[in-house]
Design a protein around this ligand. Structure first.
Ligand code: SF4
Length: 489
């Protein structure tokens, strides 16, 4: 148990914090369905929900199919303006009665709390993930952090049941210092977990960019002083409210970089669809300039330039592939091409996870691979860095290939095979690079749908024992999903 003292910034840290300037932001957020039920939302936004949709959502209110108790509803004015002309974007934030037709799924995908040594911190790899806030400017219906955002009570491995708490600077920095001291004293690895130095932290939630500059700066300074070498900020705010990335924010980052030039900073953005970044004309088509370049939504393009012109920050995009939103190779091709052109890197696309009501959102693993593969036809080498990741309990795993033809002499491969490859692995990462080959199942949504057709498994994806404090038997692979953040996973 970490006993944290009251946190006192160092002189260097305080000097940085003293430079931080705040702005007032006018996100114009519509919170919940009530403003639509009572017709108190701004008049021009009321038509976002058709009268019939309002009736069917109202009927569910207070029942066990209430869409808002599964995942709170929220939208910004900026995102509403985009959604008006984009069915894909509407599906990201617009509640639908279909969401709660089937509530199968896990309240805590991946048993994440198994890896939480301090409230608000998940520590599995050399990277730690922190919940620093439990909301975002708008809410995605398919969010992987719905249990945090809806403030649900989660059963933990020690038998207690409570809401996930948020990270606090004194406890987190005390834990990092203690862990890293033990690792240093033990020749580079923790004697029990085998983990290395905790050198990288992802600020996640919820969305850290809903915090003011001072709170973000306090985290950056405290983590830098605790010896963290690299900090990521996971955010979808660039889609929901790009005006948040203003002069005061960038100046805060500049001062941080001047104070701690050795600390790496990485923005992990979350765009699903090109409609979130590209400007459209009245005809609904993307606008091109006279040279044929696609035009970005002005505030989004401005924010991207803010990052791209600061060579010491990297900007990466990662997003799930979700049914009805971006299960479209053409849309993904444009997104990857444009994001790279603006100076970003395409990092991961994800297979959907077994959140509560996942059947309303997920597409089969093999279909997701096909869509991403098709989207990368016609992209240049530097544009198609993104891989399809499915996050096994052991660590991030790539869906590396799906074949259509049998492998001669390999029984079970008659309809082709799927090849998984481990990208990340806890502790000393012994299994990174190992593969698992299964016979195809075009309906498979998760690993357990392949349990009866494993052909080769040096990765051990189908022979896995959950970390257990009580020595109990492993849970099924269906619930064996690991640590990933909401935005920035
Ligand atoms: S955490 Fe990310 S995915 Fe979840 S609602 Fe917020 S922005 Fe959407």
């Amino acid at each position: 148990m970490i006993q944290a003292q009251k946190y006192v910034p160092t002189d260097r840290e305080q000097t940085f914090l003293d430079t931080v300037e705040e702005s007032r932001y006018e996100r114009e957020i519509i919170n919940g369905l009530a403003p639509f039920f009572s017709e108190k939302a701004p008049e021009d936004m009321l038509s976002f929900y058709h009268k019939d949709e309002v009736v069917s959502l109202k009927v569910l209110k207070g029942t066990d199919r209430d869409v808002e108790s599964r995942m709170p509803v929220k939208i910004t004015r900026h995102y509403y303006e985009i959604a008006k002309t984009s069915p894909s974007i509407q599906r990201i934030v617009k509640a639908s009665p279909d969401e709660t037709n089937d509530l199968a799924g896990s309240e805590d995908p991946g048993n994440q709390m198994d890896y939480s040594p301090v409230e608000g911190l998940l520590h599995k790899y050399e990277m730690g993930l922190m919940y620093v806030v439990s909301t975002c400017s708008a809410h995605c219906r398919f969010c992987y952090r719905e249990e945090l955002i809806a403030r649900k009570e989660i059963a933990r491995q020690d038998g207690t049941v409570k809401k996930k708490g948020l990270a606090k600077i004194p406890e987190i920095t005390a834990y990092i210092r203690e862990h890293n001291q033990i690792v240093a004293d033990n020749g580079g690895r923790h004697p029990e977990s085998g983990r290395e130095k905790l050198r990288e932290i992802l600020l996640s939630g919820g969305d850290p960019m809903v915090l003011n500059n001072g709170k973000i700066a306090a985290w950056l300074g405290a983590l830098a002083e605790a010896g963290v070498e690299s900090i990521r900020i996971g955010t979808k705010e660039m889609a929901f409210y790009p005006q948040r990335f203003d002069r005061t924010f960038f100046e805060m980052l500049d001062r941080f970089h001047e104070t701690y030039p050795q600390v790496g900073l990485h923005m992990m953005l979350h765009f699903e669809h090109p409609d979130e970044i590209l400007a459209k004309g009245p005809d609904g088509e993307y606008i091109r300039d006279e040279q044929g370049f696609l035009q970005w939504i002005p505030a989004t393009g401005e924010a991207m330039r803010g990052f791209a012109t600061r060579g010491w920050i990297t900007v990466e995009n990662q997003a799930p592939i979700i049914r009805g939103i971006n299960d479209d190779p053409d849309a993904l091709r444009i997104l990857q091409r444009e994001f790279k052109r603006a100076g970003g890197e395409n990092h991961y696309f994800f297979c959907g996870r077994d959140i509560v009501a996942y059947k309303a959102f997920n597409i089969p693993i093999e279909k997701a691979w096909q869509i991403l593969n098709d989207s990368q036809k016609g992209l240049s080498g530097i544009e198609k860095h993104a891989r399809l990741s499915i996050t096994h309990y052991k660590g991030k795993t790539e869906v590396a290939a799906v074949t259509n033809k049998p492998i001669p002499g390999l029984k079970g491969s008659e309809n082709g095979v799927v090849i998984f490859k481990i990208l990340r692995n806890a502790g000393g990462a012994p299994d990174v690079g190992k593969v698992c080959i299964v016979g195809r199942n075009p309906d498979a949504l998760w690993f357990d749908d392949y349990e009866d057709r494993v052909l080769f498994d040096e990765a051990g994806l189908f022979d896995y024992t959950r970390v257990s404090k009580s020595g109990e038997a492993p849970k099924s692979l269906a619930s064996s999903m690991p640590m990933t953040g909401g935005c920035g996973g």
